[in-house]
Design a protein around this ligand. Structure first.
Ligand code: MN
Length: 252
């Protein structure tokens, strides 16, 4: 199948290279279009105020001086000139679970594919450096193949997170929902060498809560987490509740 592969860690990231190798080994036609530098936590940003420069680094390897979303757009409309069968984003160095999916450039690339009508997988490794990237790449490849033979009602977005340790030790993959996380010591206040105050966001590790069916719990228990996502942010429950309000009165 024709796969567009991207990430948010940049074109040099090991997770990207490992996944590309696994997909090629299975005979898939892979085109890599990835940011030329780290773009983690860039969310769904799109570049509209300057041109995007593309460099073909090697055959079917393209770097873009933009965001993961830019890469999906440039890849689908510019480089491939036709929709791929699937967009895969990752394997990200670090998890993308719970509310963090809203910051994630990895997941945003999968969202962009969905908007273009293409199924997508966002893959992330809990252990940023020590994780079993080759093992995870094998599993992403098999999941991609399974996704393509099934007909989904709409282009699926599968958010996959891999636990630490060797793939052989991972428990059976589980279908999950997004959990809830909160950071402790979220903001670090320090002074720079010139005596000016600065802040650093997100110091400590994520603390999470939620049931056994959440992505956080699943990865903590050593299993692979698969969360189907969609882009409809409408809160249906709140919409029902707000029907009882005098909405016009709220604006007067
Ligand atoms: Mn990243």
């Amino acid at each position: 199948m024709r796969i567009l592969l991207t990430n948010d860690d940049g074109i040099l990231a090991r997770g990207l290279r490992t996944l590309n190798e696994a997909l090629l080994e299975r005979g898939h036609e892979v085109t890599v279009v990835a940011p030329d530098r780290e773009q983690s936590a860039s969310s769904h940003a799109i570049t509209l105020d300057r041109p995007l420069r593309i460099r073909e680094i090697e055959n079917k390897w393209f770097s873009v001086d933009g965001t993961p979303t830019d890469c999906v757009l440039v890849g689908c409309h510019g480089i491939l000139r036709a929709k791929p069968d699937l967009v895969i984003s990752g394997i990200n160095h670090g998890p993308n679970m719970g509310e963090d999916v809203t910051y994630s450039g990895t997941v945003a690339a999968a969202f962009e594919a969905h908007i273009l009508g293409v199924p997508s997988i966002a893959a992330s490794m809990k252990d940023r450096e020590g994780g079993d990237f080759p093992g995870a790449a094998q599993l992403v490849t098999r999941l991609a193949e399974a996704l393509l033979v099934r007909q989904c009602a709409r282009p699926a977005i599968l958010n996959v997170n891999f636990p630490p340790g060797d793939a052989e030790g991972w428990s059976k993959p589980r279908l999950t929902r997004l959990g809830t996380r909160f950071y402790t010591d979220e903001l670090i206040e320090k002074e720079d060498p010139r005596g000016r105050k600065y802040y650093w966001i997100g110091g400590a590790e994520a603390v999470w809560n939620g049931g056994d069916d959440t992505d956080f719990a699943t990865v903590a228990q050593g299993a692979v987490s698969v969360t189907p996502l969609h882009l409809n942010l409408t809160d249906e429950e709140a919409r029902q509740e707000l029907k009882d309000w005098d909405l016009a009165g709220c604006f007067s």
